[in-house]
Design a binder for this molecule. Structure first.
Ligand code: ADP
Ligand code: MG
Length: 667
């Protein structure tokens, strides 16, 4: 009989089918694609050499009828005597009473569990009928409680007979270049390992394929975007130079390079899709303004999106100061404007009266109609969602896109996540910046913290205090800010102005407070992490972070980046009773990249971005952190493929052509 559905396999009824579906398995092909997450070496242990609680695997003969005792609600305990080669031991296993009927006296069984020499007992976690015939490796699958590993192994074994393995995505010439195992052989080996060496080869091949497919898609997207008709501008460099010349500083080398990159993108006809990556405080904002001005000079509007309202406001104030003297009309458009104000601004955008529109990320998805949008800038966002892109396209617009991000991403990761864009790196900070001195305190040492703060305040400098993070919600965090405010008031209220900032306040209030802080009318600003990104007040030279253990290293680095934004010596005080070893890294490492690599190593990639974009990169086997070498190879090869430099067979050429076609609706 031909079997082509899950239900056709022995032991899969409607309930089991449901359970499998929860694991993402709905077809026979899915079963084959369901890889084990680890392997267990099944090898007879010599218990004479083992210590208390060691994991052991033994086989022997059941010597008495197993006894099942029930206690508590759902707990049952089964015990029996088992004869090993030359000794008798007791086996205990919980909630497996249903096995009793198989365990007749004289039956041979293999037992997996923990050895308790004092009691001459094994507490088993698993049991199988039969002796260990030879040492072998068993694949272990992620399961739900309805499905046992044995059954999974059986079904996958069965599925192999009826289902087709997905064809290889790797061209022949590459398989040959690396002498990869064949696809079928690799998938088989993953499920039925025959040797360590062979298994490793199989895994490498499949990892490569995953990464290759992903990077091929990314490279295709990148190429497709390049071919999209962008705006071909003639740039008047003279005029832009005038604007740059009146800045209070001169651009750093890296900033100049980035400006060149931006010009290049704007001048040629392909569409810009560029990321400016630079550590906190490296001076990315000015590049956004230069790009906006360039875009304005060629007659287009710019939308500049920030992740928070506070940041949007800050950019707005700076843009006005810098660009209005050059006749650009700048507006701030946030969700919290009065309806009448909003209407007025929307009208101005529609008629083309305004040139630079600054707001939060809603700028694009909102109902705004642009007169002639030429450039979209997103600050502190790593990607421009497919959704946003589509919305623009639906509105008939394909503006240039410029991203700016300070979230330093480990180099390894950057390769994948930024695979579809061009990247300009700003590695150096403006001249004269000093390393931020980072110090660790326990909560008991609060007095020392206050003394340090006082020293800084006496110099006329300002301080951020990040209130303890209470994860429940914004409300409780606002409360923590409140309490901290009272405490700081007690300590410094007579001499200095203190105020607070949190997400519960409305935009106007936030704006007033931020402005007062900028103008040094407030010396101590208590805040939640709403100031985490972007906020720029150069006279603030100290940041005190309570509950520092609750933050990831990269986040701490971002917060620390609020200070050290001038040539003044700055300080970061981390207050925490826990996690000293990890926090110590902050005192030693000051480079955002290095910190992100540490963070990445400690927390893994899944956690790194929250859920923001890891979804794109759910590889089954590959791990961008550890499989960097494979990743780099795959990237190189994927690029060769896109450039048409691989030696493909006729069928392969057709295959990739079709693949390419199927991609084009994605963008
Ligand atoms: P980030 O890269 O974190 O967004 P900003 O753009 O906010 O950094 O810049 C940080 C500070 O450095 C700002 O006050 C900005 O005016 C200043 N700045 C930018 N470029 C230079 C430069 N070339 N020389 C001196 N200061 C600069
Ligand atoms: Mg910034």
């Amino acid at each position: 009989m031909v079997k082509n559905m899950l239900e056709d396999l022995t032991g899969i009824g409607s309930k089991t089918k449901q359970a499998l579906s929860h694991l993402g398995i709905d077809t026979l092909e899915d079963l084959i694609d369901y890889y084990p997450y680890r392997y267990e070496l099944v090898k007879r242990s010599n218990i004479e050499e083992k210590k208390e609680d060691d994991d052991v695997i033994v086989d022997g003969i059941v010597m008495n009828i197993p006894r099942v005792v029930y206690f508590k609600k759902h707990l049952e305990r089964m015990t029996f005597q088992m004869q090993l080669q030359d000794r008798m031991i007791e086996i205990v296993i919980f909630n497996r009473g249903y096995l009793k009927k198989h365990l007749n006296v004289g039956t041979s069984v293999t037992v997996f569990g923990k050895w308790k020499p004092k009691k001459n007992q094994i507490v088993a976690s698993k049991m199988k009928l039969g002796m260990i015939k030879k040492t072998y490796v068993e694949p272990i699958y992620h399961l739900t409680n309805k499905i046992t590993n044995q059954k999974m192994i059986q079904w996958i074994h069965d599925a192999f007979q009826y289902a087709k393995i997905k064809p290889s995505m790797i061209p022949h010439c590459i398989e040959e270049k690396y002498q990869f195992l064949k696809k079928e052989e690799s998938v088989l080996e993953i499920h039925h390992p025959t040797s360590t060496v062979h298994l490793k080869q199989a895994r490498t091949r499949l990892k490569y394929e995953e990464l290759f497919e992903f990077l091929y898609k990314m490279t295709l997207l990148k190429e497709m975007r390049k071919k999209e008709n962008g705006l071909k501008r003639t740039i008047s460099k003279e005029k832009i130079k005038e604007m740059i010349d009146q800045l209070p500083f001169s651009l750093t080398m890296d900033q100049k390079e980035a400006v060149k990159d931006i010009f290049k993108d704007m001048e040629n006809e392909s569409r810009m899709n560029r990321l400016i990556q630079g550590d906190v405080g490296s001076g990315k904002t000015i590049l956004a303004f230069i790009a906006s001005y360039t875009n304005y000079l060629s007659g287009y509007q710019t939308a500049f999106m920030a992740p928070t309202e506070i940041l949007a406001i800050q950019h707005y104030e700076k843009a006005k100061e810098l660009l209005e003297p050059f006749h650009m009309k700048v507006v701030l458009l946030t969700g919290k404007l009065k309806v009448s104000e909003k209407k007025k601004i929307q009208k101005e955008i529609e008629t083309g009266e305004v040139d630079l529109i600054i707001g939060t990320h809603a700028l694009i998805s909102s109902k705004v109609t642009y007169s002639n949008l030429g450039l979209v800038i997103t600050d502190e966002q790593h990607r421009f969602g497919v959704q946003q892109r589509r919305e623009l396209k639906n509105k008939g617009m394909t503006p240039d896109i410029l991203y700016m991000s300070a979230t330093p991403i480990p180099r390894t990761y950057a390769l994948t996540i930024y695979g579809d864009m061009e990247v300009s790196n700003i590695k150096t900070k403006p001249m004269g910046r000093k390393e931020i001195e980072t110090l660790l305190y326990t909560e008991k040492e609060l007095k020392d913290v206050l003394i340090k703060m006082y020293e800084e305040l006496k110099k006329g400098h300002q301080i951020y205090v990040i209130a303890p993070l209470i994860e429940e919600n914004e409300e409780s965090n606002a409360k923590a800010v409140d309490t901290m405010y009272e405490n700081m008031k007690k300590a410094f209220g007579k001499l200095y102005q203190i105020d607070m900032l949190h997400g519960k306040q409305d935009g106007k209030k936030k704006e007033t407070i931020m402005n007062a802080f900028k103008e040094n009318k407030i010396q101590i600003l208590i805040s939640t992490t709403v100031i985490e990104v972007g906020v720029d007040v150069p006279n603030a030279t100290m940041i005190v972070i309570f509950n520092a253990e609750r933050f990831g290293l990269s986040q701490l680095h971002q917060l620390r980046g609020r200070v050290g934004r001038s040539d003044l010596q700055s300080y970061c005080l981390l207050v925490s009773n826990y996690d000293k070893e990890r926090l110590q890294i902050m005192t030693k490492v000051h480079d955002g990249f290095e910190i992100s690599e540490e963070d990445f190593r400690l927390r893994g990639s899944g956690d790194f971005f929250g859920n923001r974009q890891s979804g794109d990169m759910n590889f089954k086997l590959a791990d961008v952190c550890h499989d960097f070498k494979i990743l780099r190879q795959a990237k190189e090869d994927a690029e060769l493929l896109v450039q048409g430099k691989l030696n493909l067979t006729k069928e392969e050429e057709l295959y990739f052509k079709n693949f390419q076609k199927s991609m084009s609706h994605l963008d």
